[in-house]
Design a protein around this ligand. Structure first.
Ligand code: PLP
Length: 473
């Protein structure tokens, strides 16, 4: 354990009245009682803490002696000093940072554990972890002293080049490696776009329904989201033109609209590009899972049609690899490269070099392309199996859409049943669900559940889960 875990010990301040040894005792006791330090956790040796805090060794030893006498800690010789293993926290584990009661956490948008139907996750059982481990070990062994210095804030040059090549071949995007910037995720990419190209008070078209974090992020940047409806052809561009013709940008998910899974039609793509060119507005293409299309080959990215340099393409490794990797990328039009470089120099710390090196090897050695192909096949199978399993149980209560791509199903509820109530009951019962009406601006519209299917591996499993949903209706 590091001293930081017990609180700001390093910001040590002698407090009038309370002896130092007592203050140290209080900090450890507080950390143990609240569960921050758990039974069995190692605490720093008296010698290390003496050096860390710049206090007399006797002071630390007096605090430790008191904690030991009261049974909080035990000295284990060579194994160091630990929190007594049999100890029970006084108060239930109090989270030091209580989750904010903002809209995103009310929706429970990022749960702590993987639940059946969890959205946004690739098939965690199908990731080639052995290959990953082998490449990882090789990259660690190959590390040179220089690799331990700060990485480029733009991204590892080799990875930028691999991504540019991949985008050219697979998504039809022509770009140079210098246009590709590595980020820590979609939100980071949006933040950088906001810093480089937008300002407070700007208006931005947002798909309605749409991915809730985009709206929340823009709101924090004091940028006004203008809801633009989505129909069977994707964003209704004419409606955007009517509502906010002078908007500075539009954020779209053209491959599979999030969450309705429709694709932006070619006429709409052209209309959107035309609007952006005429108004010098920006289009942010969120291509979070464009690789996963099951009915035909993946559609080329909107960016591939961008002749005027208005599209910023946001890709992520969260779906094609796994989300804990926290690696995404942004492709910016050539004339904007310098502006983004400046923003990144100030606002980006760079992504972990080792992770980038592993991803580079994964792509360069063909594992990435193979993995995507395997997942495309697997997800098509799982989509069909989960749909059939759920339909056999819930078919008379819901209509289940079969999306042409993506990683979730849409279960349309019949009548005026509340999707929010059902989703909340499912969460309580340990099942994941998002309510479609929570993804709309006015929380209205036809009720539906959004369920991730990628981690459910058979029709039988889906049937069993369907019965659990039925019992909650
Ligand atoms: C619509 C949409 N955009 C982007 C992302 C990617 O987010 P990130 O790169 O932060 O994992 C997701 C992930 O769930 C998503 O659903």
């Amino acid at each position: 354990m590091t001293p930081a875990k017990t609180g700001p010990l390093s910001a040590w301040e002698p407090t009038a009245g309370t002896p130092f040894y007592r203050q140290i005792y209080d900090r450890f006791r507080g950390a143990i009682d609240s569960g921050l330090l758990k039974p069995g956790d190692r605490i720093p040796s008296a010698r290390a803490l003496t050096q860390e805090l710049g206090l007399a060794r006797g002071t630390i030893e007096a605090a430790y002696a008191l904690l030991a006498a009261e049974g909080y800690i035990q000295a284990r010789g060579q194994a160091g000093t630990i929190v007594t293993p049999e100890l029970r926290p006084r108060t239930p584990m109090a989270s030091p940072v209580a989750p904010a009661a903002d809209a995103a956490s009310r929706l429970g948008f990022r749960p702590d554990s993987v639940l059946p139907f969890q959205m946004g996750l690739p098939a965690l059982d199908a990731f080639p972890r052995k290959i990953w481990a082998r490449l990882g070990a090789r990259c660690v062994r190959a590390m040179q002293p220089i690799d331990m210095a700060h990485p480029s804030v733009y991204g590892l040059p080799a990875l930028r080049a691999e991504i540019a090549a991949y985008l050219q071949v697979s998504r039809g995007i022509q770009c140079t490696p210098s246009q590709v910037f590595l980020t820590s995720g979609y939100r980071h990419s949006i933040e950088l776009i906001g810093l480089a190209l937008l300002k407070a008070g700007d208006r931005v078209w947002l798909e309605d329904p749409g991915y809730p974090p985009t709206q929340a992020l823009l709101r924090h940047m004091r940028i006004a989201g203008v809801p633009v409806p989505v129909d069977a052809e994707g964003l209704v561009v004419s409606e955007g033109l009517r509502r906010a013709p002078r908007a500075r940008a539009a954020v779209v998910t053209p491959a599979h609209q999030s969450p309705l899974c429709v694709s932006l039609s070619l006429p709409r793509r052209m209309a959107l590009l035309d609007w952006a060119a005429r108004n010098e507005a920006w289009i942010v293409e969120d291509d979070y899972d464009g690789e996963y299309r099951y009915v035909s080959r993946p559609l080329p990215a909107l960016k591939s049609l961008d002749r005027e340099g208005r599209v910023l393409y946001a890709g992520t490794f969260s779906k094609v690899l796994f989300p804990s990797i926290r690696l995404a990328y942004l492709v910016v039009p050539q004339p904007q490269v310098e502006r983004f470089e400046q923003v990144l120099q100030t606002f980006a710390g760079g992504s972990p070099a080792l992770t980038q090196a592993i991803v580079t090897a994964f792509i360069a050695e063909g594992h990435f392309a193979r993995h995507i192909q395997r997942m495309r096949k697997l997800y098509a199978e799982r989509r069909d199996a989960v749909r059939a399993g759920l339909e056999s149980v819930l078919g008379s209560h819901m209509r289940i859409d079969s999306p042409p791509g993506g990683m979730h199903l849409i279960l349309r509820l019949q009548g005026r049943r509340s999707d929010r109530k059902l989703a909340a009951r499912m969460r309580e019962a340990g099942l994941y669900a998002e309510a479609l009406t929570n993804w709309t601006q006015d929380h209205q519209g036809s009720p539906a559940l959004l369920l991730g299917f990628t981690n459910i591996d058979s029709q039988q499993a889906a049937q069993a889960l369907g019965r659990r949903i039925l019992a909650l209706m």
